[in-house]
Design a protein around this ligand. Sequence first.
Ligand code: DC
Length: 221
Amino acid sequence: MINVAIDGPAGAGKSTIARRAAAELGFIYVDTGALYRTVALNALRSGVENTKNPEEVIPTLTNAKIELKFIDGEQHVFLRDEDVSQAIRQNEVSMAASNVSSIPEVRSFLFDLQRNIAKNNDCIMDGRDIGTVVLPDAKIKIFLTASAEARADRRFKELKEKGQDVSYDVILKEIIERDNQDMNRATAPLKQAEDAVLVDTTEINLEESIELMIKTIKERL
Ligand code: DC
């Protein structure tokens, strides 16, 4: 199976770009952030108050039956047979996902699920540690990034378009906070794998980024 690993910080456009590239190549697109988000959602629903606290979060893994299904080529994530693909996108789940993802037991809990999908499918898998930990032997590794300001600006415009009343400064602060937390945790921190190609989208738009990504992958297939 051909595996493409894409890692990078929050808001770099990984999911949009990877989804389009996967469709072009006929691969499935796997968004591993959705798995951490589902663990976080389950913890919040179980009444966990501090999602950074391993003692509170680890017991909630016992009933966290998580599955990924691909319906019309689109990933759906299920928690105990409930499709939570929408519920995990709420803003409060983002920081909670970053919090639970620093707990080693959470990372090992999700490891086999990710590995098995990659073993059985041609896929583009995106996350933070795919090229470094989950799929160290991936045929192609890409580190997709953009400046924090560019990422905040895109997120701001996206939320504005949806009619949400948001502040650019708050978004920028949240992005920087999540980057710091994801890059500085002890287990599987966000970092560029040594053999990953760096793709920086600060100065290019979405369509150009998608084109660049597809070109970068095709050249290495
Ligand atoms: O990609 P995302 O924003 O949906 O991810 C949510 C959080 O999950 C992110 O802040 C860090 C964590 N995560 C991780 O630690 N490892 C991954 N492979 C994917 C996500």
